[in-house]
Design a protein around this ligand. Structure first.
Ligand SMILES: [Zn+2]
Length: 303
């Protein structure tokens, strides 16, 4: 036994009655044990209180989370439905692309969209396994829709760019075909066999003659490049325009011209003025359409 264990406190309880006093002989180590027990109890109490507050905070947080979750679910449903709607709109743009191609007789094989892709856009169904909750079903469908839109947008852009360039080409082709009247006036002589106004002998007329006053404006009938603007024998002051694709037009007997060789002109551009230069009996325009070197009836090209 150690020395400490021999120390004692003596506690005397003296009643205020006739009863005998109680004398308690308490060893010191009992006090030590009691002190330790008190400290331990205090620590446990503090831990318990802290735990309680932590739990209460967590419960409040959970409650807030549930409310937030509900509102997020509602907001997500709106976004998801928008995504699905977006997929349908993109599918509609694809349909329009197809219709534009069809209407313009563009090569449908040049379309970048397969039937399969279109079906995927319109009818994409969520995986059976994911049919757990309404929200997860919606999430899967929305995810699929966003993915489908994401996958098809670059192709869609490429295809529309192709349509744009095809339309531009088509526009250029149309602009290069003579399709308007070169001047105003009366058509006094048509294309084909006729009696020559000078020799009165049968003669093949290679164009049409439109008569009006000297100085009546003459216009290019299609986009093209001026081959020449010169005095050309019986044609007098005349212009030849090359429109590409083997097509050119001639404007003869002009009083003067307003263009130079090599110049590019647009359909409807002023190129000169009516006159009676060369082999002409009076002021008129002799207009020719030449295809692959052969004069053809210009009337067929007029509106
Ligand atoms: Zn003529």
């Amino acid at each position: 036994m150690s020395k400490d264990n021999n120390k004692h406190f003596t506690i005397m309880i003296i009643p205020h009655s006739e009863k005998e006093s109680v004398v308690l002989n308490v060893p010191v180590y009992i006090f030590k044990i009691l002190s330790i027990a008190l400290v331990m109890t205090s620590i446990f109490a503090i831990m318990f209180i802290k735990q309680y507050y932590d739990y209460r905070e967590e419960a409040q947080y959970a409650q807030r989370s549930i409310a937030e979750n509900k509102s997020l679910t509602r907001e997500f449903a709106v976004v998801a439905r928008d995504a699905i709607e977006l997929r349908e709109k993109v599918a509609r743009i694809e349909e329009l692309d197809q219709q534009i191609r069809k209407a313009n007789e563009f090569d449908p094989t040049k379309s970048y969209f397969s039937q399969q892709n279109r079906l995927a856009l319109v009818e994409e169904e969520p995986d059976e396994k994911s049919r757990v909750t309404a929200s997860s079903l919606l999430a899967t469908e929305a995810q699929g829709a966003v993915q489908a839109v994401k996958d098809s947008l670059p192709m869609r852009e490429e295809s529309l760019q192709e349509v744009q360039s095809l339309l531009q080409e088509r526009h250029q082709e149309l602009a290069a075909i003579p399709s308007i009247w070169p001047t105003s006036g009366n058509m006094v002589s048509g294309f084909g066999m006729r009696t020559d106004p000078f020799t009165y002998r049968p003669d093949f007329h290679t164009g049409i003659d439109i008569a009006n006053r000297t100085g009546t404006p003459i216009y290019a009938t299609a986009d093209g490049r001026i081959v020449f603007a010169k005095f050309d024998g019986g044609y007098g002051r005349s212009i030849l325009i090359n429109h590409g694709n083997g097509i050119s037009t001639r404007y003869a007997h002009l009083s003067r011209y307003t263009v130079e060789p090599g110049q590019h002109v647009k359909k409807g551009a002023l190129v000169g003025y009516m006159g009676a230069t060369g082999r002409a009996t009076g002021p008129h325009l002799h207009y020719e359409v030449i295809v692959n070197g052969n004069a053809i009836d210009p009337y067929k090209y007029l509106p």
